[in-house]
Design a protein around this ligand. Structure first.
Ligand code: AMP
Length: 129
């Protein structure tokens, strides 16, 4: 069965899209640790990051680098933190999180944003990509 992220790539489920190319897709995390929390995924459906072939892994990192640069320009923060967990959704995803304090990297701390705030944020980051 297709993962929720494959459904997002295919447009069957909406997302606050940041960027995509033939192999990768990036969108805002719907339950963000901090404002601007973004996910970067390979379109190829693989569960665990170190099961990716090396070329896709390197491509994912290169795409994440570009998204992180756009995040730095768009969201005031001390730096962009990066994390890979994957216990919830079995489709490789890199978390890019604009952080100011250590707790911003904890997945127990959550930020509430309105639909309009998500849209405005995604447009801004996409514009800087
Ligand atoms: P994990 O698999 O533990 O790395 O976490 C999965 C992440 O995906 C969580 O931060 C969720 O908030 C996020 N997530 C789950 N469903 C969606 C969705 N439909 N759109 C955006 N983010 C999502």
């Amino acid at each position: 069965m297709a993962t929720i992220f494959t459904k997002i790539i295919n447009g069957d489920i909406p997302s606050y899209k940041i960027a995509e190319d033939d192999e990768f897709y990036s969108f805002l995390d719907i339950n963000p640790n901090a404002k601007g929390h973004t996910l970067v995924i390979p379109k190829k459906e693989v569960n665990k990051i170190f099961d990716l072939d090396e070329e896709t892994y390197n491509g994912l990192m290169a795409f994440s680098y570009r998204v992180a640069k756009a995040l730095e320009k768009s969201v005031p923060c001390k730096r962009v933190g990066m994390s890979v967990v994957g216990l919830e959704v079995p489709h490789v995803h890199v978390h890019l999180i604009p952080i100011n304090i250590m707790d911003d990297m904890r997945f127990t701390k959550k930020e509430k944003l309105s639909h309009e705030e998500f849209v405005a944020l995604a447009e801004k980051i996409a514009g800087n990509f």
